[in-house]
Ligand binder design. Structure first.
Ligand SMILES: Cc1cc2nc3c(=O)[nH]c(=O)nc-3n(C[C@H](O)[C@H](O)[C@H](O)COP(=O)(O)OP(=O)(O)OC[C@H]3O[C@@H](n4cnc5c(N)ncnc54)[C@H](O)[C@@H]3O)c2cc1C
Length: 394
């Protein structure tokens, strides 16, 4: 196996890293202290700079306006960007827009691409993805009960969704809804584009998550579809293909999530390193000289390195053999990396003492926000069951 990173990719990674240090870390305080009015214009300025540098939308092919080269390269870029909670947004590859763009690119009609995909990749509009419902188990989407009924060439959509990330300010949502309740359970649902200015689309609230409601792109909403009427042509793919599309959407997306989490782990351990080397615990010693702290650092380094290799190998496997053949590896990295990063962030936070609990560093944000990594895109238990079942039946 060749572990070498191409020189062109390495140059790109260096440029992105430099950009983060010079331009992004200095504005993180605005984000950590919810100074939205100053933050949003600052983000827009940085997005323009990224476009001029030719680093915009690394997840999308050049034909759509992006700068994609390979899944492994994208994984490496995602790792660097993950070091800041603002990284993916500033480089135009943030969830859920990234997954929605990939979906439209693969399965959208020409008209859908022209109307929604092109401005989405350009960063001129935003989107969200409405699948999870408050009253049905998101872990088993065959239980979904929001509906779309086709009448005279128009879909009539009804239902309640929640955890619709980035709904506030989004221009459209992709809604996963039941289009034929009598069909086989994996053919009941479809994905339909619903512009958010459709009559009957309502944001009920931004949900407070671990103490914060967020704003705009950085929020998770509960939304209601009150007889939203959209044209039949707004369906993505065939009627009943929602589950198949969801698999396609979430597969490569999990590589990007995992690499982003590894970036978070690496930033966390580096914040810890700086503190441990400076913090005096006696007249002659700093914390970095304490064996207990050293052991924690070693554990984190080993766990991050092992998870990183597994994620990169999975990206490589998807590229070589396709998603279906790599599905089990995707399940393994999803729950494994999420857990590694929780431990690394927790140890790093602990090493900073009281400072770790404050919002003076990004660690407490990572600690709160990334707890969700073990839940979204398939909870730990679901991926563990899938991976074990596949292994046992072969
Ligand atoms: C921050 C955040 C952002 C999100 N963004 C989006 C979004 O943009 N769009 C969207 O549609 N959804 C989104 N979600 C929702 C997310 O995908 C769901 O929360 C997830 O799929 C779990 O579904 P649930 O919450 O209904 O939990 P449930 O399915 O009710 O499960 C509850 C718990 O039970 C356990 N469990 C579940 N199934 C099994 C099983 N078979 N065996 C053993 N244990 C099991 C798990 O521990 C699970 O956490 C987001 C969630 C969070 C937290």
């Amino acid at each position: 196996m060749d572990f070498k990173i191409k020189s062109t990719t390495q140059e790109k990674l260096n440029s992105i890293n430099q950009f983060l240090h010079q331009e992004v870390y200095p504005i993180e305080n605005l984000f950590l202290h919810h100074q939205w009015q100053e933050l949003f214009p600052a983000l827009e300025k940085l997005r323009e700079k990224v476009k001029k540098l030719g680093l915009w939308a690394p997840h999308m092919p050049t034909s759509t306006g992006g700068t994609f080269t390979s899944l492994v390269d994208l994984a490496l870029i995602g790792e660097v960007l993950g070091q800041s909670p603002l990284g993916h947004f500033i480089f135009g590859c943030q969830a859920p827009d990234a997954g929605n763009a990939e979906l439209l690119h693969m399965f959208g009609t020409d008209e859908q691409k022209a109307h929604w995909l092109t401005p989405l990749v350009a960063g001129n509009i935003r989107s969200c993805f409405a699948m999870t419902e408050p009253h049905t188990a998101g872990s088993n989407p065959t239980l979904l009960d929001s509906t779309a009924d086709l009448k005279n060439g128009m879909w009539h959509i009804n239902g309640r969704k929640w955890f619709t990330t980035a709904a506030e300010g989004a221009d459209f949502t992709i809604a996963m809804v039941v289009t034929d309740k009598n069909a086989a359970k994996h053919q009941r649902a479809s994905m339909i584009i619903v512009p958010t200015n459709t009559k009957g689309f309502e944001i009920i609230r931004n949900i407070s998550v671990m103490g914060a409601e967020g704003k705009g792109y950085f929020s998770h909403a509960e939304v209601q579809f009150n007889n939203c009427i959209v044209p039949e042509k707004n369906i993505i793919g065939k009627t009943g293909s929602g589950f198949a599309l969801a698999q396609e959407r979430l597969g490569p997306g999990r590589i990007q999530h995992c690499m982003r989490w590894l970036g978070i782990g690496e930033r966390s351990i580096n914040i810890s390193k700086k503190f441990l080397n400076q913090r005096k615990i006696s007249s002659t010693q700093v914390l970095a000289q304490q064996p207990l702290m050293q052991a924690q650092i070693s554990d984190s380094l080993a766990e991050l390195a092992a998870a990183r290799l597994l994620v990169l190998q999975t990206a490589w496997s998807i590229e070589q053999h396709g998603f279906q053949a790599s599905k089990n590896m995707v399940s393994l990295i999803k729950f494994h990396t999420a857990n590694v990063v929780q431990r690394v962030v927790d140890r790093s936070l602990q090493s900073l003492g009281g400072l770790g609990m404050t919002d003076d560093t990004v660690l407490s944000f990572f600690y709160r926000e990334e707890r969700a990594a073990r839940i979204y895109d398939g909870a730990d238990e679901v991926h563990r069951i899938v991976a074990a079942k596949n292994f046992l039946k072969k």
